[in-house]
Design a binder for this molecule. Sequence first.
Ligand SMILES: NC(=O)c1ccc[n+]([C@@H]2O[C@H](COP(=O)([O-])OP(=O)(O)OC[C@H]3O[C@@H](n4cnc5c(N)ncnc54)[C@H](O)[C@@H]3O)[C@@H](O)[C@H]2O)c1
Length: 386
Amino acid sequence: MKVLNDGHLRETAMGMKPKRKSGQGAMMEDIFHLMEESGHEQVIFCQHKTSGLKSIIAIHDTTMGPALGGCRMVPYESTQAALDDVLRLSKGMTYKCGLADVDFGGGKAVIIGHPERDKSPEMFRVLGRFVGGLNGRFFTGTDMGTMPEDFVHAARESESFVGLPVSHGGSGDTAIPTAFGVMQGFRATVFHLWGSVELQGKKIAIQGTGKVGGRLVAQLVAEGAKVFVADIHADRARELQAQYPDEVQAVDVNEIHRQVCDIYAPCAVGGVVNDRTLSELNCRAIVGSANNQLATDRHGDRLHDQGILYAPDYLVNAGGLIQVADELKGYRHERVMEKTQGIYDMLLKIYRLSKEENLPTCRAADQLVLERLHQVADLKRILLGG
Ligand SMILES: NC(=O)c1ccc[n+]([C@@H]2O[C@H](COP(=O)([O-])OP(=O)(O)OC[C@H]3O[C@@H](n4cnc5c(N)ncnc54)[C@H](O)[C@@H]3O)[C@@H](O)[C@H]2O)c1
């Protein structure tokens, strides 16, 4: 088995920047350097002239099973930017699958193009054929810039697609298990800090009140928490305040991370724990659904030094992944929720490991992923007959 590089998930995918040479052939050399640095197994470039498809598929690690990860459509400014993104995101998926205890590895696809101008059914059928050609090594579905309907076209060409509309056999809105998983994160965190899972009276600041954040507000209010909300669409936050005048307070979008509270819950964009915000935080813990909340692992170290408990985002927001992974076994909602509940125990395990070894929680989580990878690799040494 290849050994993953520790950490650096939130750094560039490759850790160290390779030298970029000019001239023909330089790109290929760089790609192998990048793949070696980040531990990738395979990178596939796909292009199709008629439909205009330009896509990169990155398979990071299949020790635990076929690679699984969304397909993003972004008008990247260069092929290199697309490559960097797909390498970073696919590696992140290995870590997410590792802690979510699903039998999948890390992968991701990107399409270079504008989601509003460049899409066509033909483009997604072509993607379907390229993904199908990987013969079950990679499964994909929606991500930024792609919609369940896009993959209805892709699914005509291969069975390697998840997250289709419910009318086409998909499992529906992943925000439901994602929010449920974040609630497990809240409970484990208050239990670790205050010895009880009760959220009654806890002050929780939610940044982003969309599909996940909006659900969290309703669930937290039902449990008696005091909730602060902020959204770049300020009307969304104000509507929630109007709906729950005694429990919810709308806050300026630039102030939410400074709110004096028990838990700060980033549920919008990544990189919110950075050089600027670190000294402005007034929370006891950070637990939220946003991907890549730490600008770099170094910011996770700083949180640890500041005594702020950080729930690793790739564990806490794994409910959506658990749902789409379950589609490939014949979707069962109860099974998804049961597995998502496991986020509670896994987070407590990370908090304990962090305390015992005086390790930042983001590094404790990475360590557990590496242990799982080694365990799975070891059991796969046993030959299956037939
Ligand atoms: N939906 C899922 O299943 C899922 C799964 C895993 C991770 N996540 C992550 O959780 C986060 C929220 O997902 P979602 O499905 O609720 O998305 P969403 O688009 O429904 O909601 C995001 C909300 O954040 C607001 N927002 C955007 N930028 C903001 C900012 N700078 N400050 C405050 N608010 C801002 C938007 O106006 C929107 O209301 C995203 O980072 C997403 O990648 C979601």
